[in-house]
Design a protein around this ligand. Structure first.
Ligand code: PMP
Length: 456
């Protein structure tokens, strides 16, 4: 289907000129389309589908929950499903986090985290109501609601809505070694430079006004799977601690096993004060996200009003909680984190072998089963393609053609003309080596097709 042959649809699609084909089924790493295409879901939607499609254990847990109770408002009643999920997740942190707040989407989780941080400072024995500022990183992505968008620096999605509602958020650079680190600079010096930048930002806005710093462990949608260099997170946390500000880690995309450990911070040598989770939490089986909250915040709230001034209709939805718990237990029972690490290493090897020398592949980076490929016009200068080429769109669209039938997600980032377009690969945690071969092969073919088209 081309853009000019768009069928009628009553849905407001992302791109109203492009109505996507209908998916009528799914199994494992594949989605079946109504036109008969067997589509390789190599990005798990957007790093969501961690068990693939139609996992029987999860399907059954959802059915059992619906049969028991499908909904009740959390202001009136609790459910066993929500209790069990919270206990499971708190335990999974080894007690480093002590409560869970459950919502539906990642954006809502980020909103809740930002508000929780603000309220924490109001609940202290000596309240600090002036701590209203947030420091985030540009580019980064924290969600689509206006608050999360003000924090997140995804250029494409921010631009149309400027000026954003939250005027009290400012930004520092992310840890982006490919473009940010100087040629002769050591990791330690790069980290020290970024920590100094954050420190200077605290000083600029007044440290007594800063509520929290928020960052993604691996920059996902805005940069294409960019992990930080070693030592970065401890250095950033130290700056926050120096000024008694909170540290929020947004693990919506890179957490819940995607990077090879259940929580991405386990590999970074830090524990955040507040952690957002989503996507692979429910694996796409239900809309579910959450906020894990550290004990000092919980204690402060308990000794204060004891009331988080927030709350929503679908908070702690029992079907979502049951689905998420079944997903998490399956990851544990099937030892899938070990598979994420093993298949992640295999994916990296295959990507480097097949695409490392590609004339337009500037960088291949990632962790676990979360890999990004940055495309550039000139490998030596790292000059990106002209944004008018819409390269990321061309790659994504070409992947959707039945002869390729592969999802290549997140291919944005070039709109400012500074960064290259990128592709995100995030297959399910139970992906096989054969499927990885297929993913790499199809990705390479899509790129060959797209670049051949550009030359003509
Ligand atoms: N935070 C991060 C790090 C994300 O990657 C995303 C989504 N890509 C969000 C928040 C927002 O999640 P959602 O789309 O579920 O609202």
């Amino acid at each position: 289907m081309t853009k000019t042959e768009t069928p009628a649809s009553a849905i407001l699609h992302r791109d109203t000129r492009f109505v996507p084909k209908k998916a009528i089924g799914g199994k494992g790493s594949y989605i079946f389309l109504e036109d008969g295409t067997k589509f390789l879901d190599s990005t798990g939607g957007a790093a969501v589908s961690c068990l693939g499609h139609s996992h029987e254990q999860v399907n059954q847990a959802i059915k059992d929950q619906v049969d028991q109770i499908s909904y009740c408002h959390s202001a009136f009643f609790g459910t066993q499903a929500a209790e069990d999920l919270a206990q499971f997740l708190v335990d999974s942190t080894g007690g480093k986090m002590s409560k869970l707040y459950v919502v539906s989407s990642g954006s809502e989780a980020v909103e809740a985290a930002l508000k929780l941080a603000r309220q924490y400072f109001l609940e202290l024995p000596t309240p600090q109501p002036q701590r209203t500022r947030f420091i985030a990183r540009l580019p980064s992505y924290h969600g689509i609601t206006l608050g999360a968008l003000a924090a997140g620096g995804h250029v494409l999605r921010r631009q149309p809505f400027e000026p954003l509602l939250a005027k009290n958020t400012s930004h520092v650079s992310p840890c982006y070694a490919y473009r940010g680190k100087w040629d002769d600079e050591s990791d330690a010096d790069y980290v020290a430079r970024l920590a100094a930048e954050l420190d200077a930002e605290f000083q600029r806005v007044g440290p007594e006004n800063v509520c929290a710093f928020i960052a993604e462990p691996v920059v996902g949608a805005a940069l294409g799977c960019v992990p930080a260099v070693s030592g970065y997170f401890p250095a950033m946390k130290a700056v926050c601690e120096k000024y008694d500000a909170l540290f929020i880690l947004d693990e919506v995309m890179s957490g819940m096993g995607r990077c090879g450990t259940l929580h991405a911070w386990e590999q970074e040598g830090i524990v955040p004060d507040i952690q957002t989770i989503g996507k692979a939490l429910g694996g796409g089986y239900a809309p579910v996200s959450g906020v894990l909250i550290g004990d000092s915040i919980v204690q402060t709230m308990d000794k204060g009003t004891g009331v988080f001034r927030h709350g929503q209709t679908y908070q702690g939805h029992p079907v979502s909680c049951a689905a998420a718990l079944a997903v998490q237990k399956t990851i544990q029972e099937e030892s899938l984190l070990a598979n994420v690490r093993a298949m992640g290493a295999y994916l990296e090897k295959q990507l480097r072998q097949r695409l490392g020398a590609h004339p337009y592949v500037g960088d291949i980076r990632g962790k676990g089963l979360f890999w990004g490929i940055e495309l550039v016009k000139d490998k030596a200068t790292k000059e990106p393609f002209d944004p008018k080429t819409h390269l990321s769109f061309l790659v994504q669209e070409k992947g959707l053609h039945p002869e390729h039938a592969i999802s290549l997600y997140g291919c944005v980032g070039t709109v400012d003309g500074v960064r290259g377009d990128h592709i995100v690969l995030a297959p399910p945690y139970n992906v096989s080596a054969g499927e990885i071969d297929l993913i790499v092969d199809r990705t390479a073919r899509v790129l060959a097709d797209v670049f051949a088209g550009l030359k003509n």
